[in-house]
Design a protein around this ligand. Structure first.
Ligand code: 26V
Length: 811
């Protein structure tokens, strides 16, 4: 915790501003004021950062490295202030200077180096590791362009590049002296020296990996860990270009472009495998740079390579960093001269893997020919791993060729990354109980029977520091006034709040806080979309990536149905609702983009119809991102978690909403099940097919969406409305959604769950009318959300997977 008072902070800030801008604070622009504050906070952080690194160097604690293609950090200023324990002091200091801290915080660009849940989870984990005194660091790519910015123009998604580095990034520190070389292409020369086979990589294309470090500040504990992101640069310097003759010059430019493309842009796909060579390059680039620097650092401080497994843990976030396995083998064998068996033992004990999805279309596999050419030495190692593994299988499963070929790492001309990750790591985990069970019993059953001990569950979590303390200060105040501050370090202490819920005064306060947050969001909606919404209506929210399995279409159909009912009966007695959507669609995912258009069309129709104007409103907000989530979530009454059961591995927004006192309407999917177990059935609204029913339909058939539709007059009307011009003069506009629901038999059971969903929404309507009980439900959700803090999750990873020291026990 930083020991600084308001006056000192004021003085430091004015001085910093002057230094940076050569003018007085009062003459500065807001952006300059933000930058100066950011630079000042970075200065405050640096002392503790240096000390933390020193401490790590001199201690024998295991260092954990979290390898991830994505880190969705959002903004950092507010978090850094909060974790340093000076956000309040800073607010007061700035107030006295006539500056609004929150306004400055709003000027920071989001660091959007991730697609969705997987990248945000990585960011929450970094925060928890630092706050729990765990030496845990991130390793990833410093994409020049992050996840695209989404504009909704004429109801359609338009993608704009996210040039997040346009303004100065005050948080990162370039560490040129820590650069590494990563090698692509070329050939491998094999020779025997002193009776030992040696492999030399020749004629390769070298790429300079340049690290940028960002501090990860722990909560009031003086710990600052590191997120290291790698940028790809050409090896030779600019000057060399001028000395080339014309032919070489063009070649040099080609080289420069090809190298820089590696860290140019984040792939805007999630849950969809993109078999592109550039993606493979990205994956190898950052794992190779990361591992080389880890081993180099380890040896520099006198570490014995044979003890590496006791001193470091490498965690791979989904299969994207799986090349860490053969790369570590390469370093240990070719650079450190260890034999295969020793290198294998170390690698297996060091690496652990998390699976984040069962969607088949997200399973990474690389064409052998492409892989071999790009990574010749790595290919040799993967081939050897596969041969040894298959030999084991032949001995164990005599004659069971189907099973062996399913499990093989290389097969059908592809390298299967999940198989490699399972075979070569000591731990494989899913991200919620149901998801882990599906991995064990279904998707990865062959491997589970072979290695039952490797499989385990680690239900996801979210950092309550960002997702409660920072984004909902009023609720935080109410909590500390009632139950004290212990929940901040021990989030399950939030349970103490439950006993206050009998107090009507507290329930009214909860309602007032929600209303205040809704007012703020209403203003934001008006400012960005020009739509007036009623803060006294139910804020009914579905914000997440747009994807068929998340079923935004189910939400659309029920709004269309409610609209029809209201038109038929203008006196229909419903609690007014505001339906809020936000989310990006992958640029190449037609159905998802079409869904955004449908939402926009419904919004257009409904919002312009005076007959329903006091009852329902529909809003599709632009550019969903971390900082927008921080505004929407505290203002939500009803959280929509309506994925097809079995498809959402966990979900994490479900946890954020409950922590901010929203009631959830959900299918029994992912972590929704565990949320229900915590709050009990009375405090959540559940509907829809269960996992067994869904899996049974997938396996044995028996579902006909046409039959469901033909037996439900509402659905007949609604599906017709999709293609009869009701929502767009161009009748073909939503043909694709119509086809998916009917001609392709509704893969995600939208029509099947429709009736139950509507009934569940009616229950919500009734529950909300009993305002006092509704507030109790909200309170119970808050009180039981502590278990979903990522602190709990990280403790489970630390003890159950990484075997890292658990110093947080002293907290
Ligand atoms: C796959 C691919 C394939 C290649 C192109 C880029 C790319 C990027 C991401 C993915 C996998 C996405 C998996 C994912 O985001 N899963 C989500 O993970 C959350 C954290 O565990 C979890 O809460 C969500 O339920 C799950 O969908």
């Amino acid at each position: 915790m930083l020991d600084i008072n308001k006056d000192e902070l004021k003085k430091d800030y004015e001085k910093k501003f002057l230094e940076l801008n050569g003018k007085e604070l009062r003459d500065g622009a807001d952006l300059q004021k933000y930058e100066a504050l950011g630079m000042l906070v970075r200065d405050y952080v640096i002392r503790a950062w240096i000390n933390t690194n020193k401490k790590y160097k001199n201690s024998s604690e295991k260092q954990v490295y979290y390898f991830s293609m994505e880190f969705l950090l959002g903004r950092l200023l507010g978090d850094a202030l909060l974790n340093l324990g000076i956000r309040e002091t800073c607010k007061e200091a700035l107030d006295e200077l006539g500056i609004d801290l929150y306004k400055l915080e709003n000027l920071e660009q989001d660091q959007g180096l991730g697609n969705g849940g997987l990248g945000r989870l990585a960011a929450c984990f970094l925060d928890s590791m630092a706050s729990l005194n765990i030496p845990g660091h991130g390793c990833g790519i410093r994409y020049k362009y992050g996840f695209f910015e989404q504009k909704i123009i004429d109801g359609k998604q338009v993608e704009v590049s996210d040039n997040w580095l346009r303004e100065r990034n005050v948080w990162e520190m370039k560490k040129a002296d820590k650069s590494e070389i990563v090698k692509f292409g070329g050939e491998i020369k094999t020779e025997t020296i002193n009776g030992k086979l040696m492999f030399t990589h020749v004629n390769y294309e070298p790429v300079l990996a340049l690290p940028y470090d960002t501090p990860v500040v722990g909560y009031k504990n003086e710990v600052v860990n590191t997120l290291r992101l790698w940028s790809a640069e050409p090896v030779c310097n600019e000057f060399d270009f001028s000395s080339f003759n014309r032919g070489d010059f063009l070649k040099a430019i080609e080289y420069k472009n090809s190298v820089e493309s590696i860290s140019l842009v984040l792939y805007p796909e999630d849950s969809f495998y993109e078999g592109k060579k550039l993606r493979l390059k990205q994956e190898y680039f950052f794992v190779s740079a990361g591992l080389q620097s880890i081993v180099r650092d380890y040896k520099k401080h006198g570490g014995n390579i044979l003890e590496l497994e006791e001193k470091i843990a490498i965690h791979i976030n989904d299969t994207h960093p799986t090349l860490a396995i053969p790369e570590l083998m390469r370093i240990l064998m070719d650079d450190e001269r260890l034999d295969w068996e020793t290198a294998w033992r170390l690698t297996e004990n060091i690496v652990s893997y998390t699976n984040h999805t069962i969607l088949a279309e997200a399973l990474e596999k690389w064409p052998v020919e492409m892989f071999k050419k790009l990574l010749p030495r790595i290919y040799m190692i993967v081939e050897e791993i596969n041969e040894r593994f298959c030999k084991e299988l032949w001995n164990k499963y005599i004659g069971q060729w189907d099973k062996i070929s399913r499990m093989s790492i290389i097969g059908d001309g592809y390298i299967r990354m999940a198989n490699l990750a399972i075979v070569a790591s000591h731990s494989v985990n899913g991200v919620a109980k149901l998801h882990t069970e599906i991995l064990k019993k279904k998707e990865m059953a062959d491997f589970y029977y072979l290695y039952p001990k490797k499989f385990n569950n680690k239900t996801n979590g979210i950092t309550h520091r960002r997702w409660l303390l920072k984004c909902n200060p009023e609720l935080t105040n109410l909590l500390t006034e009632t139950i004290g501050e212990s929940f901040i370090k021990h989030p399950t202490d939030l349970e103490n709040f439950e006993k206050y819920l009998d107090d009507t005064n507290i329930r009214e306060k909860l309602a007032q806080i929600k209303l205040n947050n809704k007012n703020k969001l209403a203003t934001e909606i008006y400012n960005t979309k020009g739509i007036i919404v009623d803060p006294n209506s139910i804020f009914d929210v579905q914000v997440k990536r747009i994807h068929a399995y998340k079923r935004q279409t189910l939400n659309c159909l029920r709004i269309m149905e409610l609209y029809n009912r209201l038109i038929e009966n203008p006196n229909l007695d419903i609690v007014p609702r505001t339906f809020i959507f936000a989310g990006k669609a992958a640029p190449g995912y037609y159905l998802a983009k079409n869904t955004i258009e449908l939402i926009s069309s419904i919004a257009h129709k409904v919002n312009n119809d005076p007959r329903v104007k006091d009852k329902i409103k529909v809003v599709m907000m632009d550019n969903y991102r971390v900082s927008l989530a921080e505004k929407i979530i505290p203002a939500t009454d009803l959280s929509e978690q309506i994925s097809t059961t079995t498809k959402e591995a966990s979900g994490t927004s479900n946890m954020k909403f409950m922590m901010n006192g929203a009631v959830t309407i959900a299918t029994l999917d992912g972590a929704n099940i565990e949320i229900k177990d915590e709050v009990k059935e009375d405090n959540i609204v559940i509907f829809g097919l269960d996992a067994e029913e869904v899996l049974n339909y997938y396996k044995n058939g028996g579902y006909s969406s046409w039959d469901v539709c033909n037996n439900d007059l509402r659905l007949m009307k609604l599906t017709t409305e999709l293609i009869d011009g009701t929502y767009n003069v161009d009748r073909r506009r939503f043909k694709c959604i119509h086809e998916n629901l009917l001609d392709y038999n509704d893969e995600f059971f939208v029509l099947k769950d429709f009736d139950e969903y509507l009934k569940a929404q009616d229950r919500v309507d009734k529950l909300y009318r009993d305002s006092s009980n509704w507030q109790r439900m909200c309170g119970v959700n808050i009180a039981h959300s502590g278990i979903f803090s990522s602190d709990r999750t990280i403790k489970e990873y630390a003890t159950g997977i990484w075997g890292s020291e658990v110093l947080y026990k002293n907290l």
